[in-house]
Design a protein around this ligand. Structure first.
Ligand code: AMP
Length: 303
């Protein structure tokens, strides 16, 4: 099954201890769509300005990304500027320019309203809800967000969350959203806001999934070289949701496997700036790293 995603398509300027890039291809929708496209077809709903180069659109088309819902309008494309210090788990936002997203009112192209899998990538929660309302009968709604919206649009975000099945956020944001420092208590609070499943991304420490009464923990892949964590969360979301949509299986066992596919995709993405690693990645490499994850967590049970 294909996935409908709404999210940002952006120019990113990023500084890490290992280098810097200016105005490169980025955006939550871009990272998500590219990552998910390794597993299934993707329909991207977003907006860019007239300054957005054809070359980036060609790249998305070269993946299995349908751009029927991507509008080009007069004005400037969304821009984000961020910095990472030696603790690569924490992004410091230096500047967010919403630009053409400020006035974007999405209208889904014909056929998109039948989407069964919907991913609300990190973007204004009002926009997330507007897209969701146009989808007739989604089977699975997953959602990502960040501190910018938790602080700036809390009420709208809480409204959106009532319609979400799976929320994926990072650890600090989970605490901030729940207004609770203990992660287990924060998870309980968030699960009372609407989502049935909470996936907490913990950077180099891996992922925790709270699902009904169980907790699942997956490590991050131990990499020697991490250049740029930008997009790790979105590529995780793409692998996670992409696998679920490809199989159509929403059992707990399948959710756990999806977590590992998400972790695999994120581990590749951080190896280079922007979407550079995604551009050279081949599916067999994904399966090979999935197997390495299996070995990473294999241990003998009690006899
Ligand atoms: P992450 O996966 O969390 O590292 O997401 C990084 C991407 O999110 C970058 O490519 C940014 O362009 C995008 N981004 C940053 N801030 C926002 C925001 N407030 N709304 C939507 N997208 C954002």
């Amino acid at each position: 099954m294909s996935i409908l995603v709404v999210g940002s398509v952006a120019f990113d300027s990023v500084e890490t201890p290992f280098g810097r890039v200016e105005e490169v291809l980025g955006g939550s929708g871009t990272y998500f769509a590219t990552s998910a496209s390794f597993f299934t077809d993707v329909q991207l709903v977003a907006v860019v300005g007239e300054d957005f180069p054809e070359e980036h659109l060609d790249f998305l088309r070269s993946r299995r990304v349908d751009l029927g819902g991507l509008k080009t309008v007069p004005g400037r494309t969304f821009r984000w500027r961020g910095r990472y210090d030696y603790d690569l788990n924490e992004a410091h936002t230096l500047e967010t320019q919403l630009n053409v997203f400020e006035t974007f009112r999405p209208e889904l192209p014909q056929g998109y309203e039948d989407a069964r899998f919907v991913f609300l990538a990190n973007i204004d929660p009002e926009l997330q809800l507007e897209v969701l309302k146009q989808v007739k009968r989604p089977e699975l709604v997953a959602c990502d967000t960040m501190n910018f919206w938790i602080e700036g649009k809390r009420e709208a975000l809480l409204k959106t969350l009532r319609h979400v099945d799976i929320l994926l956020i990072n650890e600090g944001e989970a605490r901030q959203l729940a207004e609770e420092p203990n992660l287990v208590k924060a998870a309980r609070t968030i699960l009372a806001m609407g989502p049935k499943t909470l996936v907490v991304k913990r950077g180099e420490y891996g992922v925790l999934m709270f699902h009904e009464h169980s907790v699942f923990s997956a490590p991050a892949y131990p990499l020697e070289e991490v250049f740029d964590p930008t997009g790790a969360g979105d590529t995780f979301g793409g692998g996670f949701t992409g696998y679920l949509a490809a199989t159509g299986n929403l059992s707990e066992a399948s959710l756990r496997k999806a977590i590992v596919f998400g972790s695999v995709m994120a581990s590749f993405n951080v190896e280079n700036f922007s979407l550079n690693r995604m551009k050279t990645l081949e599916y067999p490499e994904i399966e090979a790293r999935f197997r390495k994850f299996e070995l990473l967590t294999e241990f003998e049970g009690l006899s």
